[in-house]
Design a protein around this ligand. Structure first.
Ligand code: NAG
Ligand code: NAG
Ligand code: NAG
Ligand code: NAG
Ligand code: NAG
Ligand code: NAG
Ligand code: NAG
Ligand code: NAG
Length: 368
């Protein structure tokens, strides 16, 4: 009954006349042999979504993420809106672990998936009307003619607690794990994979989205899958992601399709350094506290002594200034007392003139 959420999302955009910003890699290599190669992740990394994601590695293609101290909120705030976060790196087999709080709400889908350019897909999908369930699913080469691949799994309080949803993916098998427990395995060669033909096997990137399936324009099957039409009085709908760990089992610079079979042995791993890996390993700008810790004990003592010396110097300077102020005060009083007021007045006047001429000069500066 349910078709791939991202195909639906695309169809939806088409129906609603919304043009999603196409990324450089929105090109199906089975239909177009000149698609650009896929950037390899080529490493393992965990992104905590308590601070803004590196825009070199992630694109917020639709909507916005609201970062909080515990994770990022992806919300539908207005009727028919959706959000879509996409990684611009790919893994060629690997692991994707995400800690998510699904959005409740009839007709609302929360999802975190792996998807390839020729539409292989490995999915976690939460259907908003049932907050104690998650659906595992997969697709091969965009084949959505049957929906016998989805399975439902129990998760308590999926909307109010973060749970660990992990997909493990290699050439032989696909596994879905919830909170450290394996809930499903799909082997490469099974009837549901058409004995390998529709087994996901091409480089995938991560996509996370919250979107409404319960729209009058959706198919009856999809509306049913979502549990009915969205009740827009319940806005906003929010999915939260605490973190995403991604591990690439391959390493190299890029992954390239050779030919149009879409099988894993047609994927060429281009040798070289991954730009995504370099971006991840780039030393982040250090905080003051980190710089301080880096200095070591000897340096710390040195800095303390320096600060003490500087403090001493400041005390000395301050004392000198106080004494001077007192003397000047005394001098002014003495001058006033001795009827030297005119001299002081003329000094003030010349200072005012100096200040005015300074401002005057500045305002007469020609505009460069
Ligand atoms: C094939 O992909 C290239 C690169 O993305 C693009 O410029 C070209 O228009 C595409 N051709 C077709 C027929 O889709
Ligand atoms: C985000 O969470 C991680 C893990 O709890 C923590 O190490 C990191 O300091 C947090 N970052 C911010 C900006 O709060
Ligand atoms: C798509 O999958 C169905 C069964 O799930 C299968 O009968 C059909 O041949 C597949 N189509 C392609 C083009 O592989
Ligand atoms: C929610 O999903 C769980 C697990 O998939 C299932 O056992 C339960 O019956 C579902 N509840 C509703 C209200 O559909
Ligand atoms: C999440 O689950 C996966 C699979 O069981 C496991 O490898 C990983 O360590 C878990 N993550 C955490 C933070 O426990
Ligand atoms: C998958 O393969 C394993 C052995 O590698 C086997 O034990 C298991 O029954 C298979 N599962 C399915 C669903 O075919
Ligand atoms: C939302 O989409 C539906 C089509 O499913 C359309 O009828 C409705 O007018 C849209 N609402 C807004 C506010 O765009
Ligand atoms: C890849 O990185 C390594 C070490 O960082 C460097 O020695 C090597 O020259 C780089 N290779 C290319 C092709 O840039």
């Amino acid at each position: 009954m349910a078709s791939s959420p991202f195909n639906v999302l695309f169809a939806l955009f088409t129906i609603l006349g919304i043009t999603a910003v196409a990324s450089a890699t929105d090109c199906n290599p089975l239909e177009n042999t000149t698609c650009p190669a896929d950037n390899a992740l080529s490493t393992e990394h965990t992104w905590w979504l308590n601070s803004t994601l590196d825009s070199e590695l992630w694109d917020m293609e639709t909507g916005t993420a609201d970062y909080t101290s515990t994770g990022a909120d992806f919300s539908i705030k207005t009727e028919n809106a959706s959000t879509l976060l996409v990684s611009n790196f790919y893994i060629f087999f690997g692991v994707m672990e995400t800690h998510v709080k699904m959005s409740p709400g009839r007709g609302i889908i929360s999802s975190v998936i792996l998807q390839s350019d020729d539409e292989d897909e490995i999915d976690w999908e939460w259907v908003g009307y049932n907050t104690s369930s998650v659906q595992s699913n997969f697709f091969g080469k965009g084949n959505t003619t049957t929906s016998d691949r989805g399975a439902f799994h129990n998760v308590a309080n999926a909307d109010t607690e973060y749970h660990n949803y992990t997909s493990y993916w290699d050439k032989e098998r696909l596994e879905w794990w919830i909170d450290g427990e394996k809930v499903r395995t799909v082997n490469y060669s099974e009837p549901t994979t058409l004995y390998g033909k529709n087994y996901p096997q091409t480089p995938c990137r991560v996509k996370a989205s919250i979107w409404p399936v319960g729209l009058p324009s959706a198919s009856v099957g999809n509306i049913e899958w979502g549990g009915g039409l969205v009740n827009w009085d319940d806005l906003p709908f929010t999915m939260s992601i605490q973190r995403i760990r991604v591990k690439d089992f391959s390493s190299g610079k890029e992954y390239e399709y050779e030919g149009t079979s879409g099988s894993y042995d047609s994927i060429k791993i281009v040798d070289g350094n991954s730009t995504a890996k370099a971006e991840i390993e780039k030393t982040p700008a250090k905080t003051l506290a980190e710089k301080w810790n880096d200095l070591g004990e000897g340096a710390h003592i040195g800095v303390y002594c320096g600060a003490a010396a500087a403090g001493g110097l400041l005390v000395a300077l301050f004392s000198w200034w106080c004494i001077r102020q007192r003397q000047q005060g005394r001098l002014a009083r003495a001058l006033n007392d001795g009827n030297h007021g005119e001299e002081l007045a003329s000094m003030e006047k010349s200072q005012n003139q100096w200040a005015q001429s300074r401002w005057g000069r500045q305002s007469y500066q020609p505009v460069p």
